[in-house]
Design a protein around this ligand. Structure first.
Ligand code: UDP
Length: 238
């Protein structure tokens, strides 16, 4: 069975209304239901791991500065945010009858099991969808880097990065109307152009380990399935 790693940013969790109000917390239940439906159909042929972000709740860099917190503390709060999102996701997935295991890099046994080889292997053998939270467990990293790391741990050669836009652009498409979509790009060109869609630590780790990255619009119909099955859907870095 093939293994796939899906990265979902915390931001896509929020409903449009809440995110435009800035910081208001909400859960986009319809979107999660839709993701669950796709995961369920994919589980017949794929083992799925999901790395969940926390940007809808707290970002170590920006929110930390806002509250004058030291960087170490800020990133800890960011990592805790991903555990909150992971806990929500597991609950809603189970309501959709998806066998789910929430594993985290930060010890909190009352809530989840820790990420280690034994727990990963057991969940994969049981064909459970694994939700990875807590990021890498270390400050100064992102959940994008975590996604590449967890892809390596579950034996996936593909990271699917779910976003709100159609793929990789030469400029931020939300701020620039004339931003151009790039369908395919090599790791070296991505680094040279200093594109912002993924941080360079994630890109370097993927390049070193031959992990292909696909960036796609989660809000397109059946997007996760298309990202796996259709070569031309979204943008590819490899
Ligand atoms: N974070 C961290 N170490 C990690 C992963 C995440 O310290 O390995 C912190 C970091 O402060 C980040 C926050 O958690 O801003 C939320 O993660 P991220 O910004 O990657 O979430 P996303 O944008 O994907 O929702």
């Amino acid at each position: 069975m093939k293994h796939i790693l899906l990265k979902i940013s915390g931001e896509v969790f929020n409903t449009e209304k809440a995110s435009s109000k800035g910081g208001a917390f909400s859960v986009n239940k319809d979107l999660i239901k839709n993701i669950a439906k796709q995961i369920k159909s994919l589980q017949k042929n794929y083992n799925i791991g999901i790395v969940i972000g926390g940007g809808n709740l707290f970002r170590g860099t920006t929110n930390g500065k806002q509250f004058s917190l030291t960087p170490n503390t800020s990133h800890q709060i960011g990592m805790l945010s991903t555990i909150i999102n992971g806990t929500i996701l597991k609950d809603l997935f189970e309501k959709e009858k998806i066998q789910t295991e929430h594993l985290t890099s930060i010890v909190c046994p009352q809530i989840t099991k820790i990420i280690n080889t034994e727990n990963i292997t057991q969940s994969l053998n049981e064909k459970k969808c694994i939700i990875f939270s807590g990021g890498t467990g270390n400050p100064y990293f992102t959940t994008d880097t975590t996604a590449v790391l967890r892809a390596l741990q579950i034996g996936s050669t593909l990271v699917l990065k779910a976003t709100k836009v159609d793929g990789i652009y030469d400029k931020d498409p939300i701020k620039n109307k004339n931003a151009k979509l790039i369908k395919k790009i090599s790791f070296s060109d991505f680094i040279k152009k200093d594109l912002q869609v993924m941080d360079l630590t994630a890109i370097t780790l993927a390049k070193q380990n031959n992990i292909k990255i696909k960036v796609f619009n989660l809000f397109e119909n059946n997007s996760i399935v298309k990202a796996i099955k259709e070569n031309n859907f979204g943008s590819t870095i490899n």
